[in-house]
Design a binder for this molecule. Structure first.
Ligand code: AGP
Length: 610
């Protein structure tokens, strides 16, 4: 999630832009930059790391310019560096852009532009936009921005300025946020309200495909075809903290609702137009994938649960044996692994001490190591042979939500890729799965838009006085049950156990008494009937059943005391949707208990200690 701010007005804008970036720090970033037009020329600054580094060089640009754009970058393509920091400019140095999101077809655009003589200075996808605008410009920045937009695929927001029209900024969005702030003798564009909320609370929210043009005195909205659109201004009275949470009461709730975007970002460019899988950064030759004798997954906590999803998928699709190990245990083992072993280390932070230690042990035993992580430049990326980045954006809530979903997606993509290479799935089978994967973000968008979260809240309130929960699942429902239990434990502090449903009769069923609440992951699957017989077993002991079930299931409602419905999808992809109601259930249970959800007691976001 990058941060964008643009200013045009009566005042010198250097410090206004910088303070705007400061207000966007909560979104996470690894580099930053700004571009101001003064005396018909761009003044450009770029820095890596903390904004303090940009502040140290601010003096290099005078404070005379009254129009500019600025950016904080969360790296998705290309390492954090000054070359990759935005704003990006074109070959002539007359156009500058900042972008948030992903240009999925940037490789083909880059090739086309290079063939026409454009020279690139960065590794990013965003830079293509500056060259597209340069290529299309014929006196109107707005028209050139639209021309670029029509050539781009993906989801993005970008703002552009040019020295040819030094009094205006043009912005446009597609499935990522863009907001406009209305000031007196000045106007703002940004990726989020906090960037300018200290200056104005009068806000406009352009729709996808609407083009906004701001000058010092005017704000105009157009369709892509150039038809004017009336501006509907809103006054926001959020306090600053609420603004950083995008209006949600906590970061965790915001991040739960960001999951469709996080999935779409992680999917972007990894499924080709033909439905095939293309995973950059694996550093794994097809021969090595075919020669694999075993996969070892090491991780901790929530990431371990994502590893369990990977086990089922890799074994069923790629037909390769998989062991999933808790890193803190594995690191003290004397494992039987070697060069035909691939170690997959899953860590959203890329800094977990136990997981790093497990990676080192696996490498010392001869295994290749692939890191699945959310943080570009993290220690795990520096020690692994290959990296598959999730693109969840910064996760501030200590309890992992969107990073878990993108980890699940990452291991599913890996398993499909391996199956494709090893020929254990046909092309048609792979495409059927990738086609369904592409639907998931939209299914979750619809899930949230349908008011499902409020329904889960009602159910959570009903059970929030419970002293104990049990979570049950079978097959791919088991990692979901384990993760749902961890969410409940870590934010509501209610003791919660999770088991393979078939295990209940081997002891845990003794825990049940009249009214014991049991959460069951009962999405459609080939083990559904077996699971239902387990449900009957626990019901017979007086348990109350809260079932996570696929929409369209007609018999579960007669059996469960409450049902948390999820969109129907292929059973192999069900963990991507089934965990969401359990995240919400844990959230609203903790909220009903008045617990501090974003910073639960005793927990840290990154466990760098052993
Ligand atoms: C998840 O909600 C917890 N915050 C914790 O279990 C976490 O998943 C674990 O510490 C691993 O962190 P990592 O993914 O950064 O390695």
């Amino acid at each position: 999630m990058c941060g964008i701010i643009g200013y045009v007005g009566a005042r010198p804008c250097r410090d206004i832009l910088f303070q705007g970036l400061r207000k966007l720090e909560y979104r996470g970033y690894d580099s930053a930059g700004l571009s101001i037009i003064r005396d018909g020329q761009f003044e450009l600054l770029h820095s890596v790391g903390n904004l303090d580094n940009l502040e140290e060089i601010l003096h290099r640009v005078g404070n005379g310019g009254t129009m500019g754009i600025a950016h904080t970058r969360w790296a998705t393509h290309g390492r954090p560096s000054t070359e990759n920091a935005h704003p990006h400019t074109d070959c002539t140095g007359r156009f500058a852009i900042v972008l948030n999101g992903i240009v999925e077809n940037y490789m083909s655009l880059r090739a086309m532009l290079r063939a026409e003589g454009h020279e690139f200075t960065s590794e990013t996808d965003a830079e293509v936009v500056a060259h597209l605008i340069e290529r299309a410009y014929a006196g109107s920045l707005r028209d050139a921005v639209v021309a670029a937009y029509r050539q781009m695929e993906g989801h993005f927001t970008y703002c552009a300025i040019t020295t040819d029209e030094p009094d205006l900024i043009v912005g446009v969005r597609k499935e990522t946020p863009l907001v406009v702030g209305l000031g007196k003798d000045e106007n703002f564009l940004a990726s989020a309200i906090p960037a300018f909320m200290a200056e104005t609370r009068t806000v406009l929210f352009p729709e996808d495909g609407q083009v906004v043009v701001i000058t010092r005195d005017t704000v105009e909205l157009y369709t892509l075809d150039g038809d004017p659109v009336p501006c509907e201004w809103t006054h926001v009275d959020w306090d600053e903290e609420a603004a950083e949470k995008g209006g949600y009461e906590t970061f965790m709730l915001k991040e739960i609702h960001e999951q469709p975007t996080s999935l779409a970002d992680t999917l972007a460019e990894r499924i080709g137009p033909d439905g095939g899988i293309s995973l950059d950064g694996l550093e794994l030759a097809p021969e090595a994938i075919k020669a694999l004798k075993q996969v070892l997954i090491v991780a901790c906590g929530t990431s371990y649960h994502a590893g369990l999803v990977g086990k089922y998928a890799l074994e069923r699709w790629a037909r390769v044996p998989v062991e999933v190990e808790v890193a803190s245990e594995f690191r003290y083992r004397d494992p039987v692994i070697g060069e035909d072993t691939l170690c997959i280390a899953i860590s959203q932070s890329g800094e977990t001490a136990d997981t790093l230690a497990a990676m080192r042990l696996a490498r010392s035993a001869g295994a290749r190591v692939l890191a699945v992580t959310n943080i570009v430049g993290s220690q795990a990326t520096r020690e692994a042979d290959g990296v598959l980045f999730t693109r969840a954006g910064l996760e501030i809530g200590v309890a992992a939500t969107k990073t878990f979903l993108t980890q699940e997606l990452a291991v599913l993509l890996l398993a499909l890729n391996f199956a494709e290479v090893r020929g254990t799935l046909s092309e048609e089978q792979v495409r059927a799965y990738t086609e369904e994967l592409r639907r998931i973000p939209g299914l979750l968008d619809h899930y949230f838009a349908s008011g499902a979260a409020a329904e889960v809240e009602d159910v959570a309130r009903k059970y929030s006085g419970s002293r104990f929960f049990l979570c049950l699942g079978r097959n791919l429902g088991l990692p979901v049950a384990l993760e749902g239990a961890l969410k409940l434990k870590e934010i509501s502090y209610i003791p919660t156990d999770a088991y393979a449903a078939g295990e209940m009769k081997h002891g845990p069923i003794a825990l049940l008494e009249e009214g014991s609440p049991v959460l069951v992951v009962a999405t459609d699957s080939f083990v559904y009937d077996k699971l239902i017989s387990n449900v009957q077993e626990v019901k017979a002991r007086g348990a109350l059943i809260i079932a996570v079930a696929s929409e369209g299931n007609e018999n579960i409602a007669g059996m469960a005391d409450d049902v948390l419905w999820v969109p129907k999808t292929d059973e192999m992809l069900a963990p991507l949707v089934a965990i969401v109601p359990l995240q919400l259930f844990a959230y609203y249970t903790a909220k009903a208990k008045g617990e501090k959800v974003d910073q639960p007691r005793n927990l840290a976001k990154t466990v760098t200690v052993e």
